[in-house]
Design a binder for this molecule. Structure first.
Ligand SMILES: Cc1cc2nc3c(=O)[nH]c(=O)nc-3n(C[C@H](O)[C@H](O)[C@H](O)COP(=O)(O)O)c2cc1C
Length: 345
């Protein structure tokens, strides 16, 4: 039977995937406290609905950095979709286009960024890891520009990789799909692909390198959000990397409001981490996110049923969001406000 919610895809994906690939996708770092909290923290927030407003349907369409999307549920950048399905990111990007949304494409994709953009019908952003070789980063930015990507998403929470224990146990048995086609034609020694400890100077450097808008992904502290705006960043993705980097940091939804306040409308703010229900999306939007990104559930859909599965995951979240808005008396994603959300006592 076709899943009726996103969580049901998790079990299907687990059955469909190689055990080592499943470990890699499902892992968080350390005790996985942050990963669990990303999800659980949404349960600590309650929606206070309004009634008798004549709201029989809701408008979900919005823009992100000027790109029109049919709904504010976008796809987080994730490496190696090839672990979930042989068509990898090419299937995911078709699902994104058919669901009327935007996908952020990872530096660590199993398909080249050009191949992915050739399969796309909707807008794409390129997620950049700046490794030790800055020349490599510059070449990737140029390739993303020529392939029509509309923004650079610099991931800033990864000066080294988090310790994902599920993955450490099975690393040597990872299937061969785990190679990164984007990096194929890059003739660099292995150590150049190690993460780099970036500074705000690197952000300035990236800003000077390209006219594409810059989004910083992995901000939790409001002071970092304010600094990001001072450094010319146009988007901030509040994220703890799905609990895969530093364990023990706040759930993304817990960090959102302070970031929104610090930014004060000077940049767009997005959130990812733990989005599993349309009501999660509603809460994040009410607390000031312009849009949310979804990570693992997309790979669950992809593993369970390829392009159609990834698309269905997006459609389930979209339909749940629309229903939740109607039931809460909210006609439009643009007019949600924080009064809609209460903390459970
Ligand atoms: C398998 C996997 C691979 C990921 N790869 C990347 C990546 O290459 N770059 C990046 O910035 N974030 C990466 N992330 C983090 C996601 O962009 C996102 O922050 C996180 O998955 C959101 O949480 P969720 O999975 O609970 O929705 C990855 C996450 C997963 C699960």
């Amino acid at each position: 039977m076709e899943p009726v919610n996103v969580r049901e895809y998790e079990a299907l994906a687990r059955e469909a995937m190689h055990p080592a690939a499943w470990a890699y996708v499902s892992a968080g770092s350390g005790d996985e406290t942050t990963m669990r909290n990303n999800d659980a923290a949404f349960g600590q927030l309650e929606i206070m609905p309004r009634v008798l407003r004549g709201v029989g349907s809701a408008s979900l369409s919005t823009t992100v950095l000027g790109a029109v999307v049919e709904h504010p549920i976008l796809i987080s950048p994730m490496g190696v979709h090839g672990l979930a399905h042989p068509d990898g990111e090419c299937a995911t990007v078709r699902a994104a286009g058919n669901a009327g949304t935007l996908m952020a494409v990872s530096t660590a994709s199993s398909r080249s960024l050009e191949e992915i953009s050739a399969s796309a019908t909707g807008p794409l952003w390129f997620q950049l890891y700046v490794y030790r070789s800055r020349q490599f980063a510059e070449r990737l930015v140029r390739r993303a520009e020529s392939a029509g990507y509309r923004a650079i998403v610099l991931t800033v929470d990864s000066p080294r990789w988090g310790r994902k224990e599920r993955s450490m146990r099975v690393a040597e048995t990872l299937p061969p799909e785990l190679d990164y086609s984007s990096l194929d034609d890059e003739d660099l020694p292995e150590e150049e692909f190690e993460p780099a400890a970036l500074t705000w100077d690197d952000v300035d450097w990236l800003r000077s390198l390209t006219d594409l808008p810059l989004v910083l992904k992995g901000i939790l502290h409001p002071d970092d959000a304010a600094l990001a705006v001072e450094h010319g960043v146009t988007g901030i993705l509040v994220s703890n990397h799905g609990g895969r980097q530093l364990d023990g940091v706040p759930a993304s939804i817990e960090a959102l409001s302070n970031v929104v306040d610090a930014v004060g409308g000077r940049a767009e703010v997005y959130l990812d981490g733990g989005i599993r229900r349309g009501t999660d999306v509603l809460k994040a939007l009410a607390l000031g996110a312009k849009a949310v990104f979804v990570g693992r559930p997309i790979l669950w859909g992809l593993a369970a049923n390829g392009e159609a599965g990834a698309r269905h995951v997006l459609e389930l979240l979209r339909d749940e969001l629309e229903a939740a808005m109607v039931l809460a008396g909210q006609p439009d994603v643009a007019t949600l406000d924080p009064d809609l959300v209460m903390r459970r006592h």
